[in-house]
Design a protein around this ligand. Structure first.
Ligand code: COI
Length: 354
C-alpha cells in the first residue's frame, strides 16, 4: 500500500536511546523516542501526528478511566538479516483491534491509518530495536474514549495511539502455573475475545493470589463449570499429548491469538496432528498421571512460546518433562524465529517490511 496520509512528525531533540541498553531490559518500562497520536472527533479521524513520547492529557471525567472503554493490541517488529526491520502479521493485529473496537462501541481504525502510522513510527524508532537474541520492538497500539462526561454511554471522541518499547526474552524460566477454579477471566458472551483493558485489570487479583502461592500464572477455566481450559495468564495455551497438539477451540471468551494462529499453522505444516477443541483439567491431569502429557506451553505476542514446567491442581503440583531441543515447543519457536529473522522462507507473507 502506498503512503497516502500526511503524518505530521515532530522529532525529539533529546533522544533517550541510551536507556535501551539498561540491563536487564524489563518488559514495558523503557519506551522509544516517539509515539503516534490520532484523535477521533465529530465522526472523523483527525490528522495523525508523530510526537516525542510523553504524557497524554485527559479529562478527569474521561470515560475510559471510569467505565473502561479502552482497547489495545500487542505486536512486534523484528530485525531482519539485511539490517532492516519487519512487522509480524500487522494486518492481523489491525483486524483484531477493530474486532475489539466493535465490541466496545468504538470506531474502527482505517487500515491505511493503522499501517502507515505504524510503519512511519517504527521506521523512525528502528534504532531502538535491540539486535540481540530474542530482541524485538514491542508495539502497543491502543485506543481510549476521550469524552469528559460521566454518562454511561459510548464516548463520542477517542484517541488512537501507538507506543513502542525495546524488549528481549519475556519469561526467562519455564513457568509454574495452576488451574484457577474460583475466579474467571471471562465468560461466554462476555468480552474475553477482545483486547479490552478491563479483561487484564480484572485478572490481576486472582493472578496475585496464585503468585503468592509461588506460581507465575494461572490456567483460566470456563466460567460455568471451572473444568475446561481457556488461556494461561495473558497467553493462549497448548498441550502436547501423545504427539498431538491440543488447544482450546476459540470462543467468545478466548482471545484469538496471532501467535496461537501461527503456531497451529506451523505445526500442521510439520505434519503434527492439531486438535482445537475443549480440553478439561481432568484430561490434562489424567495425561500427566499416565505420562502422556509431553509438553505444555503458553503462546502469545509478548512471551512468544513459554514452556510450562509445573501444573498445580487441587493442592498438588505435577512436574512436566524438561523442555529438550527436540520438543515441539522448541521446534515451533525455532521455525517462527527463522521466519521472523528472514532466515527461512515466508510462504504466508507474514513479515511486512517497514
Ligand atoms: C501480549 O502478549 O502482547 C499481550 O497483550 C500480553 C500482555 C503483555 C498484556
Amino acid at each position: 500500500m502506498l503512503d497516502t496520509l500526511a503524518i505530521r512528525t515532530q522529532r525529539t531533540t533529546a533522544s533517550r536511546i541510551a536507556e535501551r541498553d539498561a540491563t536487564p531490559l524489563e518488559f514495558g518500562k523503557v519506551f522509544s523516542d516517539h509515539m503516534l497520536v490520532v484523535d477521533y472527533r465529530a465522526g472523523e479521524w483527525q490528522e495523525a501526528q508523530i510526537l516525542p513520547f510523553g504524557d497524554l492529557p485527559v479529562s478527569p471525567a474521561n470515560s475510559a478511566l471510569h467505565y473502561g472503554q479502552a482497547i489495545f493490541e500487542g505486536m512486534k517488529a523484528y530485525p531482519t538479516a539485511g539490517g532492516g526491520v519487519a512487522l509480524f502479521r500487522p494486518l492481523d493485529n489491525w483486524a483484531r483491534l477493530n474486532a475489539s473496537a466493535e465490541r466496545m462501541c468504538m470506531p474502527p481504525v482505517p487500515e491505511e491509518l493503522f499501517m502507515q502510522g505504524l510503519k512511519e513510527l517504527v521506521r523512525l524508532d528502528a534504532p531502538w530495536l535491540p539486535r540481540v537474541p530474542g530482541g524485538a520492538l514491542y508495539i502497543r497500539p491502543f485506543m481510549f474514549a476521550t469524552d469528559g462526561m460521566l454518562g454511561v454511554r459510548p464516548s463520542e471522541s477517542y484517541r488512537f495511539a501507538i507506543i513502542t518499547c525495546p524488549v528481549d526474552v519475556y519469561y526467562t524460566k519455564p513457568l509454574r502455573v495452576r488451574f484457577e477454579q474460583q475466579y474467571v477471566r471471562s465468560a461466554e458472551g462476555g468480552a474475553g475475545f477482545a483486547k479490552n483493558a478491563g479483561n487484564y485489570g480484572a485478572a490481576m487479583y486472582p493472578t496475585r493470589l496464585a503468585q503468592q502461592e509461588g506460581y507465575h500464572q494461572l490456567i483460566w477455566t470456563d466460567a460455568s463449570e471451572h473444568q475446561y481450559v481457556e488461556e494461561s495468564g495473558t497467553m493462549n495455551i497448548v498441550f502436547v499429548i501423545d504427539g498431538k497438539l491440543i488447544t482450546p477451540a476459540l470462543s467468545t471468551s478466548i482471545l484469538d491469538g496471532i501467535t496461537r494462529r501461527s503456531v497451529l499453522q506451523l505445526a500442521r505444516e510439520m505434519g503434527v496432528a492439531v486438535e482445537e477443541r475443549r480440553v478439561s483439567s481432568r484430561e490434562v491431569i489424567g495425561a500427566l498421571e499416565a505420562g502422556t502429557l509431553q509438553e505444555a506451553f503458553g503462546v502469545g505476542t509478548a512471551a512468544t512460546i513459554a514452556p510450562i514446567a509445573t501444573i498445580g491442581h487441587e493442592g498438588r503440583d505435577y512436574e512436566l518433562p524438561a523442555s529438550a531441543p527436540e520438543a515441539l515447543s522448541q521446534r515451533l519457536g525455532a521455525a517462527l524465529g527463522a521466519i521472523r529473522a528472514g532466515q527461512a522462507p515466508d510462504p504466508h507473507g507474514w513479515m511486512v517490511p517497514v
